[in-house]
Design a protein around this ligand. Structure first.
Ligand SMILES: Cc1ncc(COP(=O)(O)O)c(C=O)c1O
Length: 394
């Protein structure tokens, strides 16, 4: 066999091998592992969306290629209506939107559409690895901006060296944030718009968790800010919003040139989603609310965070996304050591923060999407086990 391309060598090694091994051993020994690792909605896709898919499948129009430029038109129309209702700004489906095969695909291909060797792509650390890996594979240099707790996990734009800003083409951010659960402010977006305008950079906001918000909070968007549409593209996903991770559907919206550039690359790579899925997605965006799912996550969040606080682990309550990002409570233990110890002693699986970049060291991530939990009871059980493990100093 020929050697794979050298670009594949830029993919960093899998950091969770040790955790995966301990998990396998625990399960083989008959342990009941509470897996707070994966961020994948545990509830099924709402019945109204499944029924819309069934109807759409019966229409032979959906069995053929979607030959539109940017995506299934009823889906793009519904996405524009959804965006206006949810966030305010009016989007033109003909110029401001493109359908993606899940936001991961779009976020990855945007790097390929913009970044050349010698360019810089700015990415958050800790962060969802897709931005960095694809920028590296495209040959760009990556500049990681540290997200610090004392800054609300927002990047310090003033710390970005002028030379980096000058060479930068893309600046990825993600709010509501994975892995920290942090949210953005309109002031931050205003600063980011100014930075991107001054340095001719495209701001990329990953809003995969844009509608998973608690206590009535609404995450702002960069397109709400004056001048946002001049410099920004946003990625939205039906995955987390409607428990549709397996369906692979989302959209990018914002600056028409950026949208067209992404579409130009995509039209040479993929032929869009199965139109019946896009049709069902349109129905979801127009008619389905995710309030019940969010209410369940909120209950679980309270069960987990209140419980951990009661046993002496001071943990922030996220306002959005479905992750609890907690400081390792053991002095001198790395996030990987702590997660491995927790798995061994409590059979509770968490993700070591370092898996999201060096800036995640000192933290573990716990997901609120736990298969088999009905009402927060498994989170209460996780807290009992963590307390009994002795790993949280009292
Ligand atoms: C921050 C972030 N962005 C994007 C995605 C990709 O979501 P999808 O491709 O299912 O839309 C994920 C998935 O976990 C994520 O955590």
């Amino acid at each position: 066999m020929p050697q794979p391309s050298r670009r594949l060598e830029k993919i960093p090694p899998y950091l969770f091998a040790e955790i995966a091994r301990v998990k396998r051993e625990a399960i083989a020994a008959g342990a009941d592992v509470i897996d707070l690792g994966i961020g994948d909605p545990d509830l099924p896709t709402p019945p109204a969306v499944r029924q819309a898919l069934t109807r759409a499948v019966e229409n032979p129009e959906t069995h053929r290629y979607d030959e539109t430029a940017r995506g299934w038109l009823p889906f793009l129309d519904a996405a524009a209506r959804f965006y206006g209702r949810e966030f305010g700004p009016a989007l033109d489906p003909a110029t401001d939107l493109v359908q993606v095969i899940g936001s991961k695909e779009g976020l990855a291909h945007l790097a390929w559409a913009y970044a050349d060797p010698g360019d810089v792509v700015i990415v958050p650390d800790p962060g969802y690895p897709v931005y960095k890996v694809n920028s590296l594979m495209a040959g760009a240099d990556v500049h990681e901006v540290r997200l610090r707790e004392e800054d609300g996990f927002l990047p310090r734009l003033e710390d970005i060296p002028t030379d980096v800003a000058r060479r930068a083409k893309l600046f990825y951010v993600c709010y509501p944030n994975n892995p920290t659960g942090a949210v953005a402010t309109p002031e931050f977006y205003r600063d980011l718009v100014a930075f991107c305008r001054d340095h001719d950079v495209l701001a990329v906001n990953d809003m995969a968790y844009g509608t998973v918000c608690y206590d009535g909070f609404k995450n702002p968007t960069i397109l709400q800010v004056e001048g946002g549409k001049d410099v920004a593209i946003e990625f939205h996903s039906l995955s987390k919003m409607y428990n549709m991770t397996g369906w692979r559907l989302g959209f990018a919206c914002g600056n028409p040139d950026a949208v067209a550039t992404l579409q130009r690359l995509k039209s040479n790579i993929d032929s869009k989603a199965f139109p019946a899925i896009a049709e069902a997605g349109a129905h979801a965006l127009d008619h389905v609310s995710n309030a019940e799912t969010v209410a369940l996550y909120q209950k679980r969040r309270d069960s987990l965070v209140d419980g951990l606080r009661s046993i002496g682990w001071p943990v922030e309550k996220p306002k959005a996304a479905f992750y609890v990002w907690a400081r390792v409570p053991q002095e001198g233990m790395s996030s990987t050591e702590f997660a491995a110890a927790l798995l061994q002693r409590a059979h509770v699986l968490t993700i070591p923060g370092v898996g999201y970049g060096p800036g995640g060291e000192g933290y573990v991530r716990m997901s609120l999407t736990l298969l088999g939990d009905r009402d927060g009871e498994r989170f209460a059980e996780a807290v009992r086990r963590i307390a009994a493990s002795g790993l949280v100093p009292t």
